[in-house]
Design a protein around this ligand. Sequence first.
Ligand code: NAP
Length: 282
Amino acid sequence: MSVILEAKPVVQAIENDLLEEVKNLQALGRIPTLGIIRVGEKPDDLYYENTILKKCQKLGINVQIYPLDRNVSLKEFENILRAVNCDSSVHGILIFRPLPEQLDENRIKDLIEPAKDIDCLHSLNLAKVWEGDTSGFVPCTPAAVMEILKYYQISLEGRNAVVIGRSMVVGKPLSMMLLKANATVTICHSKTRNLPQIARQADILVAALGKAKFIDHTYVTENSIVIDVGINDGGDGKICGDVDYEAVKDKVLSITPVPGGVGSVTTTILLKHVIMACKNTL
Ligand code: NAP
């Protein structure tokens, strides 16, 4: 029987710790505060914002939203961002992306105050991930994967981890984090040859390629621990992962579901970072 690596208990365990941390901060007169910069009113952004608001309320985190017009100029955007950077009552900044094309994300990411960069966009924080320096913020999705592995006591030292996908948001930083945890890491991408064969050598197989149900039974063995990072439109009104869950779930040692897996932990990590940022100001 495969073990289903559900997000729910992972989220619960992190939230219990966070509630305690918020209580301690409140006793010191601090209320962790998240600043959200949202451009326009895209349904996805509003949905995510609503999810964050509910979670923040539950955890005792304040939220300050900066709604900007869809046509905001780069200069106006930068002025707002600088003001939020300087506002000592805001501890963490989240910018909803993708941004409209008049706003150059590459330029904007390095304007965020690194100490408030809870989503790890700034080059300084990313560089720390590559250096194995844990003093900065790590990207939330790779951190969610690491939390799931930790919660389910999946050892990494000396084990083979195969990461499919090399984006700067997921694949590359996650590979660095697995390496820091002493896994032997193979990074695969769209030009990788013999992908199923490489994937089958993994103790831990991470699918982060953005292709609905791409990973089937030919990529796994009965010893595979499968972490599905994918969030795709399943075409049937439901979301699905990069792994063909139904085809794979009984053929592996363990697997994260979608929904109810990595994505569910990611938002909790973001809020954990807000609390960390607040604590860092003490
Ligand atoms: P991305 O930027 O599109 O990168 C996809 C990566 O997969 C690229 O490196 C690409 O290789 C590789 N790839 C594409 N097709 C492949 C194939 N057939 N074989 C092997 N590698 C292939 O995607 P992303 O932003 O990293 O996101 C990946 C998935 O995670 C998506 O489903 C996304 O929705 C999901 N996601 C989830 C969360 C969460 O919280 N759970 C957060 C972010 C993203 P090349 O570099 O060669 O093009």
